[in-house]
Design a protein around this ligand. Structure first.
Ligand code: CUA
Length: 357
């Protein structure tokens, strides 16, 4: 073992690589890669990632360390134009560097399959939620809970959920990072995943597939509630077809409108409105809406109220200059009740009154 002699370049390279591998692995495990764990699958998935880090970071760092060390230590001397020594294959080395990765990759695949099979297992008392993506918003239907529809995802804690994901237009991807699970929304298909929320709170719903100009705004939240709060929300939704809008919020039209704008309507992603503290820029700003509705309404032969209502339920009927067709969701006439739309119209004309408001 000639290279074990002190000061031999190969010994130095081995020590350099070993130190780099230890540092790389410690740093990769020390970094907190993930948000809070809010589903029963999160712990298993985080453990899986840790195992993958332990398996892959040392290999990556070893290869990089050997390459970087070799580039500096074994560089040709200035003026040395001779060829390097001819080296033929080394069967033993090749068998080793094929076999070890083969075993590692196979083991990771089997481990991943076991974890996936476990977290995807059918559970009793599963609630189905239909998730529909469109450019650039999500909406949610609870087919077994009176077909309640909402632009805001609510879930009860500790109850298994099966998401059935579809899309009205292009590819999207329904992702809740805190649940650690996602699935593509594919035109013509219904894709599914199961998750059991394990912690109450508000988490992110993200579109994880580039789907057009508004992709980065295609975000929403999921509110995981204690079961009785979820049931109360569901009951309110089932009742709100009859008495939604201002009545549901105790008659305070501005508060009710703001709730719709910031919550179930999901309007804040795309519209700027000071009263709702939103700064979206994908759709027209609404702080001067009263004046705009007067102006454009006159062009269209509509009252300001009619103009705003049309803009919500049939957004492509009239386009504000410099804004494109097909950006605003076209399903608000289905997801909001007539009373809710009226509330929203009154609210927007009130808070969008500029100086007068
Ligand atoms: Cu939808 Cu990105």
């Amino acid at each position: 073992m000639r290279f074990l002699r002190r000061g031999h370049p190969l010994l130095k390279m081995a020590i350099f690589s070993l130190v780099a591998m230890v540092i790389g692995t410690v740093v990769s495990l020390w970094i907190d890669w993930f948000p809070v764990q809010a589903s029963t699958a999160a712990d298993d998935i985080d453990t899986l990632y840790d195992v993958l880090l332990i398996a892959s970071v040392p290999v990556f760092v070893l290869v990089m360390a050997v390459a970087i060390y070799s580039v500096t230590a074994f560089k040709a001397k200035p003026g040395d134009m001779s060829d390097g020594a001819p080296i033929h294959g080394n069967t033993r080395l090749e068998v080793i560097w094929v076999t070890i990765p083969f075993i590692m990759v196979s083991a990771a695949a089997i481990y991943g399959w076991i974890v996936l099979d476990d977290i995807e297992a059918k559970q009793p008392n599963t609630m189905i939620v239909d998730v529909r993506g469109q450019q650039f918003a999500w909406d949610f239907t609870y087919p077994d809970e009176g077909k309640v529809k909402s632009n805001q995802l609510y879930l009860p804690v500790n109850r298994p959920v099966e998401f059935r994901v579809t899309t009205d237009d292009v590819l999207h991807d329904f992702w809740v990072p805190e649940f650690r699970l996602k699935t593509d929304a594919v035109p013509g298909l219904t894709t599914k995943f199961r998750a059991t929320p394990s912690k109450t709170g508000t988490y992110n719903v993200v579109c994880a597939e580039l789907c057009g100009i508004g992709h980065s705004t295609m975000r929403n939240t999921v509110r995981v509630l204690p079961e009785k709060d979820f049931d109360a929300w569901l009951a309110k939704q089932q009742g709100s077809e009859a008495d939604g809008g201002a009545a549901a919020a105790g008659g305070d039209m501005t508060a009710a409108g703001r709730d719709l704008f910031t919550g179930d309507g999901g309007c804040t992603a795309c519209h700027t409105l000071a009263d709702a503290e939103s700064v979206g820029a994908l759709g027209p700003a609404l702080d001067e809406l009263a004046a705009d509705a007067e102006k454009y309404g006159k062009q269209e032969g509509q009252s300001p109220e009619e103009y705003v209502k049309t803009a919500i339920v049939d957004p492509n009927a009239f386009l504000v200059p410099n804004f494109s067709e097909g950006v605003m969701p076209e399903n608000f006439k289905e997801t909001l009740s007539a009373e809710e739309i009226d509330t929203l119209v009154k609210y927007l004309l009130t808070v969008g009154g500029g100086d007068k408001g």
